[in-house]
Design a protein around this ligand. Structure first.
Ligand code: ARG
Length: 630
């Protein structure tokens, strides 16, 4: 087993063993059996999957058929895939993990895990921490390039998606003990700066004395400068000259550029703070000094050709080549991205580069990834590392099914969305008194559940019913922003989704509010039992006698492989789906198994605690704060 020092262990600074997922543990056992049963067949990777039908088992090993195809004719003793499966079972090393194996269909080996082993694994996790369940991934250092808004333009909902999805991917990889370089590839370079700088000079004659001129609404500033650019020929000429001066590194222009970037940066930062997202900015301009060298390397490989006055790279299967030097000699988005890729590979030594943008940019990424493969920077096989992946996502739609816009048909501003989510929750909190009573009396009309849930959070903190203004703010933010994030993440990222406040703040179905409530309820069960859970963890034992207990336990244990799959396929919605399923499993268990006051109280309270721990970790991976309880 690999020993990894954990960064986030809370209590002791000791080294704990990372166990890996069940699949990974089973794979190890089956690898041994395959080697023992078929010593002459080399290179067989055990294929372990979750059983499609829980009736047949928990997992299955799917090697028999392909092995049989390899052995056919060569081996006289074995006749058909079934005996191959049998040989796999017979050669399994003894393990307390497996209760029994059986053969089904054309040689599938069904595996039933031992109940005691599931229980023990849960108990061990409660003591050693859920970090010991981190999956093991075949990468050391990744770059997650996400958010990446453009200077002087407002962050819009597309950037919101990139920020939310990118942050979650980074969190999942970090949890899996992968080093993550969180990169904000800000659009801070380009011809628009000529226009912006000239406009700044005109509007703020004293700009040099003022470190941050009060431009105020940056987007308005951008629009006004664009309007001037389009209507005033003299201004246009000056703006074009300004680009040349800026690119030539002239001090005055550099300073103005830096000021404009700084104003934007402060605006972006406010959004990141609200969302609890941390990023390191290495914008487009960062790579400028490296572009000539990177292009020279591509040129040496004979990749760069002349086409209609521009310098381009032809890509197999694409009609239009990738332009890397424009006709006027300037560099573009692609030259910067190719250079950034070179930098990440060679200077930062990353083995996985992940880019989060809308699907509209797919072509751009395909093109420059292909160029990098032609150059030998990336291996041609998609499966090999170092690897570059584009994480595309769909549009956010409004109620009318069209691209999400406000009434004035402006692009929706991110800040306004967050404000509204928060204020809706705050309102709910402020009015909670009346609704709390209604809800406890059993009224269940729209939205009341939310009020009830928020009241429950108050109970869990064990504090007086009256909240301080700060607590009110904090909770409204946790629930409001959590709801926005979850509504985005729960969809397969490639599909478009409709933005709807009522739906995302609803108490029913697969929403953050419902899940936060489910978690709060579990905490409340434990708290109300009056038992000391820390003490129980040390002295008590889990038993999973009831089928609903076993099912919940087994699914909790699958946490690591869900995270592993979500990382490998870059699909955060798998974690959402899992979280929702766990809450359903819990409801089934809680409906059918009495917890407090039963003979199994200790075991069941520990199972409640394990559920709460797994749910909290899921919330954490999704960037959601489980209220003020955490
Ligand atoms: N600034 C770009 C945009 O707003 C996104 C940049 C994505 N990252 C990259 N390396 N191309 O569309």
């Amino acid at each position: 087993a690999v020993k990894v020092s954990l960064r986030t262990i809370s209590t002791m600074e000791t080294e704990k063993e990372i166990i890996g997922s069940q699949k990974q543990q089973l794979a190890k056992l089956f690898e041994e059996s395959l080697k023992a049963a078929f010593p002459d067949v080399s290179d067989v990777q055990p294929l372990i999957a979750i059983c499609n039908d829980a009736k047949h088992g928990d997992y299955q090993c799917n090697n028999a058929m392909s092995l049989w195809n390899k052995l056919k004719g060569k081996c006289t003793q074995l006749k058909g895939p079934q005996p191959v499966g049998k040989a796999i079972i017979e050669n399994l090393p003894a393990s307390e993990m497996i209760e029994k194996c059986s053969i089904a269909g054309p040689g599938f080996v069904n595996i039933v895990l031992a109940r005691q082993w599931i229980a023990k694994s849960l108990q061990k996790m409660l003591i050693d921490g859920i970090e010991t369940w981190a999956p093991k991934l075949p990468v050391k250092r990744t770059v997650v390039d996400f958010s990446s808004p453009n200077i002087a333009k407002e962050m819009h909902v597309g950037h919101l998606r990139s920020t939310i999805i990118g942050d979650t991917l980074a969190r999942m990889l970090e949890f899996s003990n992968v080093e993550v370089l969180r990169r904000n590839h800000v659009g801070d370079w380009g011809t628009q700066f000529g226009m912006l700088i000239e406009f700044l000079f005109d509007q703020f004659p004293n700009w040099e004395a003022d470190s941050t001129p009060a431009i105020g609404d940056l987007e308005g500033f951008y629009k006004a400068s664009k309007q001037r650019f389009d209507s005033d020929a003299d201004f246009k000429e000056r703006a074009q000259k300004a680009v040349v001066s800026l690119q030539g590194g002239e001090e005055k222009y550099r300073m103005a550029w830096a000021q404009i970037c700084e104003i934007s940066r402060k605006e972006f930062q406010k959004v990141y703070e609200r969302l609890g997202v941390h990023l390191e900015e290495k914008g487009e301009s960062f790579y400028n000094p490296y572009i000539p060298k990177a292009l020279e390397l591509l040129n040496e490989k004979g990749l760069i050709e002349e086409s209609e006055g521009a310098r381009v790279i032809f890509i197999e299967g694409k009609k239009i080549p990738l332009i890397v030097v424009k006709r006027d000699g300037g560099f573009n988005y692609a030259s910067t991205d190719l250079t950034a890729l070179w930098y990440r590979l060679n200077e930062e030594k990353a083995d996985w580069m992940i880019y989060v943008t809308d699907v509209g940019q797919r072509e751009h990424f395909e093109m420059f990834f292909s160029a990098a493969k032609r150059a030998g920077w990336l291996p041609s096989n998609e499966k090999d590392y170092p690897k570059a992946s584009h994480v595309g996502f769909g549009l956010v739609l409004g109620e009318d099914g069209k691209r999400f816009r406000t009434r004035s048909t402006e692009v929706v501003k991110l800040v306004d969305l967050l404000d509204e989510a928060k204020s809706r929750c705050k309102l709910a909190l402020e009015e909670r008194g009346v609704f709390y009573i209604l809800a406890t009396l059993g009224y269940d009309t729209g939205g009341i559940f939310l009020f009830y849930f928020l009241s429950l959070l108050v109970n869990i903190t064990g504090k007086a019913k009256e909240w301080t203004a700060e607590e009110l703010e904090q909770t409204a933010e946790a629930v409001g922003y959590g709801a926005v994030k979850y509504a985005d993440l729960k969809n397969n990222r490639l599909t478009n989704y409709t933005f709807n406040f009522d739906q995302m703040l609803s108490d029913k179905g697969n929403t953050a509010v419902y899940l936060l409530y489910a978690h709060a309820r579990i905490c409340s069960i434990i708290r109300k039992s009056g038992r000391d859970i820390e003490e129980l963890k040390k002295s008590g034992a889990i038993d999973l006698a009831h089928p609903d207990e076993r099912m919940l336990g087994l699914h909790l244990l699958q946490f690591a492989e869900i995270v592993e799959e979500a990382c490998t396929n870059l699909l955060p919605n798998l974690v959402c789906e899992y979280l929702y399923n766990i809450s359903e499993d819990f409801t089934r268990f809680y409906t059918n198994c009495q917890v407090v006051g039963s003979a199994e109280e200790t075991s069941r309270l520990l199972l409640c605690e394990a559920t709460a721990v797994v749910m909290r970790k899921c919330f954490h991976l999704l960037g959601i704060t489980p209220g003020v309880v955490d």
